[in-house]
Design a protein around this ligand. Structure first.
Ligand code: GLU
Length: 438
């Protein structure tokens, strides 16, 4: 008889996730952190505090669907740390969402925000269901009911959700509208910044949509510059063609980088002549996946990882690069658009093979950086021009990248450990100064 897998391990199924036994995501972030604790000799009491989230919320809520049927949904919000500012991080809609995943992702938000010098802590949440199975009407009902169930566990100065996998600006508009309506206040405008990543019409920021992909590209440019590598004429593989992957590929194409391999949970494709990244994005927008894309030759997941490319951008689910994949990757650099795409063995194998890794908390921080700009604009009743947002993002990303390079050199560690070290030192300074109450 088939036994139901434990919540924390139910990870297989689609081509993107098809990979033997996967590590628990929280174990991955814990292992990464321990390397950084050692590198900066972090005090054990501060390490103990930072090793666990402050709050873990699991809620079950009923939704009456358009059909009249009432279905129960399971939602999560994990709040990892708020010593630097309100909890901040996305909301994910995916059938495989599980508690330890939210814990890991919330923890990554703490490090990402601290590394980027944003006045935020880390949080992450989600609802365990497949959004592709529901139409806009039902997605709205689920989103509003989830927001209601979260109640005062979110707030514009307390915990600020944003889009993540399976959610977008429409989801954020619904969340914002629900929050503002259930927290009736004279300050309705002020409550709007309870979420970021909203549509422009609802107070979103110019540049937020493309920000994560744009940030990935700044990292690739910095890497190329340091390595004296000419991006013009180089090749790219992207796993996952959602917001992050598609924007990175489109922006890189303007710099002469050709996308020759691409894939998502429905399959993988190769085209030595190069895909048109804009047509691919249009297809995904219409079909909600790459399935049925007419250009290119269908290849296996293994062939995809072994693609002969210069730059590899995982921008899909976590835990995609284990030791098997890491042995096959031929790229010079892996730039983590996704959160946690590389497991502990994958990390080690890539390092042994001399393949550079630009870690997630640096590479994909463009999204939360522009979320901060959105929150600031809302707070000040301002709306910045697109070029102002982009130039601020560029300056901040390039500065953060250089800080990581310098820290890696000083501590003689890899970029991932250096990124954690910077984030941890910022948090440590506050804990040292404030002490632990009482
Ligand atoms: N979900 C995105 C991330 O993982 C964005 C979070 C935000 O903007 O708050 O970084």
């Amino acid at each position: 008889m088939a036994t139901k897998k434990e919540d924390t391990k139910s990870r297989e199924g689609s081509p993107v996730t098809a990979h033997h036994q996967r590590q628990n995501l929280f174990e991955v972030v814990t292992a990464q952190l321990h390397k950084a604790y050692d590198a900066i000799k972090l005090e054990s009491d501060i390490a103990a505090i930072l090793s666990q989230p402050k709050n873990e919320l699991i809620i079950h809520f009923p939704v009456r669907l358009k059909s009249g049927e009432v279905r129960m949904f399971k939602g999560y919000r994990v709040q990892h740390n708020n010593i630097l500012g309100p909890y901040k991080g996305g909301v994910r809609y995916h059938q495989d969402v599980y508690l330890d995943e939210c814990k890991a992702l919330a923890s990554w938000m703490t490090w990402k925000c601290a590394l980027a010098k944003l006045p935020y802590g880390g949080g992450k949440g989600g609802v365990k269901f497949d959004p592709r199975q529901y139409d806009a009407d039902d997605l709205e009902r689920i989103t509003r009911r989830f927001t209601h169930a979260l109640g005062t566990n979110i707030g514009p100065e307390y915990d600020i959700p944003a889009p993540d996998m399976g959610t977008n600006s429409q989801t954020m508009d619904w969340m914002m509208d629900t929050y503002v309506n259930i927290n009736s206040s004279v300050d309705r405008q002020g409550l709007k910044r309870v979420v970021t990543g909203k549509s422009i019409a609802c107070g979103g920021s110019q540049g937020r949509e493309a920000a994560t992909g744009q940030g990935v590209v700044y990292c690739i440019q910095e890497w190329a510059h340091a390595k004296r590598f000419n991006l013009d004429g180089s090749t790219l593989a992207v796993q996952g063609y959602g917001n992050v992957g598609s924007n990175a590929a489109r922006i890189l194409s303007r710099m002469g980088v050709t996308l020759t391999a691409v894939g998502d949970h429905t399959g993988y494709y190769r085209n030595p002549e190069g895909f048109n990244p804009h047509k691919l994005a249009d297809h995904v927008k219409r079909q909600r996946s790459l399935d049925g894309y007419p250009g290119g030759q269908k290849i296996s997941r293994e062939e995809f990882f072994a693609s002969e490319v210069d730059i590899f951008v995982p921008a899909a689910l976590e835990l995609q690069i284990g030791s098997d994949e890491a042995k096959e990757i031929r790229a010079k650099v892996v730039v983590e658009g996704a959160n946690g795409p590389t497991d502990t063995d994958g990390d080690r194998v890539l390092a042994e093979r001399g393949i550079d890794i630009i870690p997630d908390i640096l590479a994909n921080s463009g999204g939360v950086i522009v979320s901060y700009y959105e929150w600031l604009q809302n707070k000040r009743s301002e709306s910045w021009e697109a070029d102002e947002v982009v130039s601020r993002l560029e300056r901040r990303m390039r500065r953060n990248y250089q800080a990581v390079v310098d820290k890696a050199r000083d501590l003689k560690v890899d970029y991932r450990t250096a990124s954690y070290a910077i984030a941890l030192e910022r948090l440590r300074d506050v804990y040292r100064a404030r002490g632990i109450w009482p």
